[in-house]
Design a protein around this ligand. Sequence first.
Ligand code: RUB
Ligand code: MG
Length: 388
Amino acid sequence: MVKATYYVEADMPLEKAAKAIAAEQSTGTWTEVEYEKEVHEKLGARVLSAKDNIVEIDFPVEIFEPDNIPGILSVVAGNLFGLGGLNACKLIDVDFDPIVKYYNGPEFGIQEARKFLGVYDRPLVGTIIKPKVGLNPKRTAEVAEMAALGGLDLIKDDETLTDQKFCPLEDRLIAVMDKLHKVEDKIGKKCFYAVNITVGGDQIIERAERAKELGANMIMVDILTAGFSAVQALTDEKIGLPIHVHRTMHGALTRGNFGIAMPVIAKLTRMVGGTNLHIGTYSGKMERNVEEINYSRDILRKPWAGFKPMFPACSGGLYPQLVKANLDGYGIDVILQAGGGIHGHPEGTTAGAKAMFQAVDAWKKGVSIEEYARDHHELEMAIKQWGK
Ligand code: RUB
Ligand code: MG
């Protein structure tokens, strides 16, 4: 049985709403039809419990085509959200254990990423190149170079930058990797560049293969716009590159009374093989649900089905002053990612990256950033810029 848990508010008794959901998502419809009793025996979903707005439904394993994420979602997260009489209906958890064996999980996880970087004893620090669109490949590479010179572990494209005319993907990738190699020669440290290969259909495989040929060391995919299957296809193809998974559009699913909560998205992402996944900040510019961040963090990192553990990416309005709150929540196995909070530093991108590392060092030493800023200039400037 695959157990799905929902938060439900309804115009009718909860038990009745739960039965309507179980029927709609398995063998029933709004009225009785021929053969229903016969098929219900084997494939009918059953309400396990319906109490205090929480509904648990067991789906027989046989109802799922095992290795088909869209198919699985149409069962546990299909028509039910549109049922009349429901005022809230949110998929908050799914126990995928009975079908998890059909998935490979990440080819590259936390250990592999740390090994590549040679960084074991601290969180990773990264950035999103800003402005998010508009820079040409040369300018993008220059910003990446400044960021890498600050010692960053990861630089990524923003979600709206794909392969537009003003910044063609291949030219951008070549230009950025060239600068990153130069920085590596200079400071002796590697840095990932997560080039955004998000696109529809088979083209994503072509882009990934081309990126690999051109020397990429990481790819980025927006999993909700491209689909879970896009990431799974890349994993199954054994492209040989770690996958940074961004979640643009998630608010349409995760916010409010109807939809799918982030932990379910985190489980699916680990099943299909992401290396990193954005799951939110304990302090930052985006809306948050702390319980869901805690649970999503554990889903990515804890032992599960023999899958390699993944890095949570903590991003959205981050700057040095928010480092402590986020590291208190995440511990060291996290990627702290700041866009504006690095490039908006009054002394520029390299100084912005340094200020982030200084905030990390202060946290590791258990010293307040105000105190640490006394003899760390970049951090001092960041505090002057953005306040305490
Ligand atoms: C952040 C950014 C990311 C957001 C997405 O830029 O570009 O797309 O983190 O949010 P900045 P989430 O650091 O300038 O705010 O990580 O919650 O999905
Ligand atoms: Mg972004």
